[in-house]
Design a protein around this ligand. Structure first.
Ligand code: PEP
Ligand code: MG
Length: 592
């Protein structure tokens, strides 16, 4: 039984999924956007009921006024979206929510927050029974509107993560990748979420910006209150709430040792990643935003293997213009020069929806109108990006890469539009370069099966294991419940990767890997054995991966792979890696 902390609260340990390694200790800052789940219920004495009803009414009025202001400021480009906001405005005084909440406060003599929560949950249930997809979709509007009123009731403002000005640890039910990308490093020490899976983009961003994070904690945002002291052990996927003094001392010590370890492996990171037998492996960086390039340079990256351009589209109100994209791409291309920058075309939707796009909500967004599918449906948006890429290609070493390819047709269409983009630039007399390497991501199982045919159409493949695992093992990458089954060392995944590498070799095209598997030290002996010579990863993983590569011999890895390919379960594969390379790995990866 844990001893009690000085404040009287018991130390609580919560286990989740490691989002990003490292340790931080600090005060919790709740960013629960709906606020609905942290609401307490209390009774209101008869004589104070009118006051409580009025409190609710003014929260509604405030929300309505705030919305009216937003509507007034809506930029021209998204005026066509205004009807959604107008509909929200009408919902504020809707009978279902407004009058029902007031009735509930009075009848049950309870606080406004609890009454609103109850009414909204009843309404949502009712909507769930409706089969009409349009009406069903209105649940989203109700959630927005009720969330807005709730925030006014509990006195929290709409949280803009970029505006947080304290040194805190964020605690949220969920953080979208767009929100995570707004985190200001000098202020936010780390973050933890109730939801989220292993390969979610939110976790990927945490690793890129190098702040400790734990995801998939289940109910951390209900247990933890604002200003509670918490410890986040991102490496172990552990969160400690109300830590005892001894626990804090222990973790401060561990943190110091972790920092020393990082500094040590980082010192060597600018050196090339060369195996013992002299094979040079290219270690490239994955970035989401131009500023992340600093880490790629610091860790001695050989270029950018994946520029997730969609992040330039997320935290804003409208699609970026061509010139804006050129500016952003230029920053990266110039700094990386002469090393290559692989610009991946827009991969929005899935877990990265843009607010200003008016496509209907999807039941199953991971399999919906995402990435290349979206771009081929919206050639206007796609063309802007393609033109920007061709323009920066005239000024540096640029490769273009299409995401989520699942058929030959998609490559034909994408290349046709790329040609059209070049022709239009040519006609307008704008400087560009279309003589660049064109690649595709191999991340949908059908692309693995069609690899031979696809190889004839492109200059390179880059294997995206985050989605390849998601789609081939049918494991939603953002789902906490099945996170334990998200295994890139699954024999089926290993065989697919091997197949793609073989096809690349037979067709004389380059095969890289840019999924999280490429940055996982445990996978390196296997990938090296397969003949993979270009790995792209979040910059933070580079020092450890380079350290592992330097201890390996490529011929030995080839022999090792033969044994691995005989195994039929992930557990056996992981065990064999540990038995053979455990010592090497523990030198490169911080493990206590
Ligand atoms: C992948 O799917 O492995 C990948 C690198 O792309 P993203 O994580 O952006 O979907
Ligand atoms: Mg992907």
């Amino acid at each position: 039984m844990s001893k009690k902390h000085m404040s009287g609260s018991k130390e609580i340990r919560l286990t989740g999924i490691s989002g990003s390694p490292g340790i931080c200790i600090g005060k919790a800052y709740l960013v629960d956007r709906e606020g609905v789940d942290v609401i307490e219920k209390y009774l209101i004495p008869q004589g104070k009921l009118t006051k409580e009803v009025n409190r609710f009414k003014s929260a509604v009025k405030k929300a309505k006024d705030e919305l009216a202001e937003i509507i007034e400021d809506v930029p021209e480009e998204i005026q066509q979206q205004i009807h959604v906001l107008e509909a929200h405005k009408a919902l504020f005084k809707d009978k279902m929510i407004y009058h029902k909440t007031i009735d509930t406060i009075k009848k049950e003599q309870i606080n406004a927050e609890w009454a609103l929560k109850k009414v909204v949950s009843d309404v949502k249930e009712m909507f769930n029974e409706i089969s009409d997809p349009y009406l069903k979709g209105r649940v989203v509007d109700i959630t927005h509107v009720s969330g807005h009123i709730m925030r006014n009731l509990v006195g929290t403002n709409d949280i803009n993560i970029a505006d947080i000005d304290k040194r805190v640890i964020l605690v949220a039910q969920d953080l979208s990748p767009a929100e995570a990308s707004q985190i200001q490093l000098e202020r936010i020490k780390g973050f933890i979420t109730d939801r989220g899976g292993k390969a979610s983009h939110t976790g990927i961003i945490a690793r890129t910006i190098e702040i400790p994070s734990v995801l998939g904690l289940g109910n951390a945002s209900t247990i933890i209150k604002n200003d509670d002291i918490i410890i986040v052990d991102g490496t172990a996927g552990l969160v400690i709430v109300h830590p005892r003094d001894e626990t804090i001392i222990h973790y401060e010590d561990r943190n110091r040792r972790y920092e020393e370890f990082r500094a040590e492996i980082t010192r060597e990171s600018h050196r090339p990643a060369e195996t013992k037998d002299g094979l040079n492996i290219k270690v490239m960086g994955n970035i989401e935003l131009p500023e992340e390039i600093v880490s790629v340079i610091n860790y001695g990256g050989d270029g950018i293997g994946l520029f997730r351009t969609e992040f330039l589209y997320l935290s804003r109100n409208s699609y970026p213009a061509e010139d804006e994209l050129v500016d952003q791409f230029m920053d990266v291309v110039e700094i990386m020069s002469p090393n290559p920058v692989t610009i991946r075309t827009l991969d929005i939707n899935g877990d990265k929806a843009v607010m200003y796009d008016n496509s209907p909500a999807e039941e199953n967004p991971a399999m919906g109108l995402r990435a290349i599918r979206f771009c081929l449906k919206r050639p206007d948006v796609f063309m802007t990006q393609l033109r920007a890429i061709l323009r920066v290609a005239a000024m540096g070493n640029v490769r273009i890469m299409f995401p989520m390819i699942s058929s030959i047709d998609e490559v034909l269409d994408a290349k046709r539009l790329l040609n059209e983009a070049a022709e239009s630039l040519d006609k307008e007399g704008i400087n560009f370069n279309s003589d660049i390497d064109i690649g595709i991501m191999i991340e949908v199982p059908s692309a693995v099966v069609l690899a031979n045919e696809l190889a004839e159409m492109v200059d390179f493949f880059s294997i995206g294991t985050n989605d390849l695992v998601q789609y081939s093992l049918a494991i939603d990458r953002v789902n906490t419940q099945v996170a334990y089954m998200f295994q890139s060392l699954h024999p089926a995944v290993i065989r697919m990767v091997q197949n793609v590498i073989n096809v690349g070799r037979d067709n004389n095209i380059k095969v890289a890997m840019c999924g999280e598997m490429a940055g996982d030290p445990t996978s390196i002996p296997i990938l090296l054995g397969m003949g993979m010579d270009e790995l792209s990863m979040n910059p933070q993983s580079m020092p450890a991966v380079k350290t592992v590569i330097r201890t390996l011999n490529s011929n030995e890895s080839k022999m090792f792979l033969k044994d691995i390919l005989k195994l039929n379960t992930s557990a056996e594969i992981i065990r064999m890696v540990q038995d053979t390379y455990g010592d090497t790995l523990s030198e490169a990866v911080y493990a206590e």
